[in-house]
Write a protein that binds this ligand. Structure first.
Ligand code: AMP
Length: 363
């Protein structure tokens, strides 16, 4: 395995070729690294990387060849098979380590891990039968969210079960398919916020300011920083992030999503989920902070010290979904707006095509 810190000129392997891989590769190139991408399909990261391989995550020969050609490997999304990352680890250091994937790929394992960390999560039932789903719903006064344990994203793989709604528990189970499920209590949240935390090889932890997130059709639309939350909550979110990331002996950037709930007039945080990668709600850091989440992730996995990144502006990050991207000339002409295009060809409805960071007064 290559000595750390990795020198500029070293090679970084990225699993996954989406926009997160692309922005990681841009940040890595700025620091002098050369990126190689590995993905079953081509995507926006291929434009930036100096080389790439399109092969299946199960193709051991291709994985071994890839691993031997780079000095460290990372990934841009959490549904890479754990076996792939474990196999690659025989040849090359992979950060974050596979344990973070194991936890975040299964909502039941994730919830139990978070409870072990002593943080609040929505009450939940491991749904093993219709009887136990009904028991859970009864316990949650008829309102819950039924979710697949694995492979859910952007609201896919989940159905709201509300007392007044026509969909029955059996129908919901059938619609989600014959897969392991979890029922969560419907959290009456005030708002949704998230934090991006980064842990270095030496155990140092850095956390960016908390973002307040608004979703549209279950897809992130805007992240606003600073979030409109109590100061005490800012401190608490950072403590929770420190605790989670340290317990996992994690290296790299992690996104942690929270619900803000008010109990007895006091705001509190409930962890919704963790993502072992750079996160959409951290894109604001590209233009409103001295160092971005992408640079911090690259620093971490290369054994560099984390930057003491500071936010220098207030900011609203807005995702450009589907045909929003056709208005690129408008966005590019706005004052204090930084425009980012992921160079995707097909502007399908809801597809993340780019984003803007609109800066306002200096913080
Ligand atoms: P997830 O895929 O778990 O991040 O869920 C996507 C979105 O669905 C969240 O950002 C929330 O807006 C909503 N949601 C998920 N779980 C719950 C819950 N237990 N209670 C209320 N809303 C939820």
């Amino acid at each position: 395995m290559t000595k750390r810190p990795l020198k500029p000129g070293s090679a970084i392997g990225i699993l996954g070729s989406g926009q997160l891989g692309r922005m990681l590769a841009i940040a890595a190139s700025s620091l002098g690294f050369r990126c190689q991408v590995f993905c079953p399909t081509t995507g926006p990261a291929f434009d930036i990387c100096v080389g790439g391989m399109t092969a299946k995550y199960e193709d051991k020969a291709a994985l071994a060849e890839f691993a031997k050609s780079v000095d460290v490997i990372t990934y841009e999304f959490e549904n890479i098979p754990v076996e792939t990352v474990e196999y690659l680890s025989q040849f090359c250091t992979v950060y974050p380590k596979p344990n973070a994937l194991k936890v975040s790929q299964d909502r039941l394992i994730e919830k139990n891990f978070l409870l072990d960390c002593g943080v609040d999560v929505a009450r939940f039932y491991d749904v093993t039968s219709i009887e136990n789903l009904n028991k859970g719903l009864y316990d949650f006064s008829g309102n819950g969210v039924l979710k697949t344990r694995r492979f859910g994203y952007d609201g896919k793989g989940q159905i709201m079960l509300l007392e007044k709604e026509p969909i029955s528990p059996v129908e919901a189970m059938n619609e989600l398919g014959n897969v392991p499920l979890i029922l969560e209590e419907l959290v009456a949240f005030e708002k949704e916020v998230s934090i991006i935390a980064i842990r270095g090889v030496n155990g140092d932890v850095f956390a960016f300011d908390i973002a307040e997130n608004v979703h549209q059709n279950h897809i992130l639309k805007t992240s606003t920083v600073p979030a409109d939350i109590d100061d005490a909550l800012n401190v608490k979110a950072k403590e929770i992030a420190h605790n989670i990331i340290t317990r996992l002996d994690y290296v790299g950037a992690m996104g942690i999503e929270f619900f803000v709930v008010t109990k007895h007039g006091k705001q509190n945080l409930v962890v919704n989920e963790i993502a072992p990668r750079v996160h959409n709600s951290g894109h604001w850091t590209m233009d409103a902070a001295t160092h971005s989440q992408f640079e911090q992730h690259i620093r971490a996995i290369c054994g560099w010290p984390l930057a003491n990144a500071r936010r220098h502006s207030n900011v609203v990050m807005e995702n450009l979904l589907g045909t929003d991207i056709n208005d690129w000339q408008f966005y590019a002409s706005q004052e204090d707006v930084h425009f980012h295009d992921y160079a995707k060809n097909d502007a399908r409805p809801g597809r993340k095509m780019g984003h803007i960071n609109k800066l306002s007064k200096w913080a």
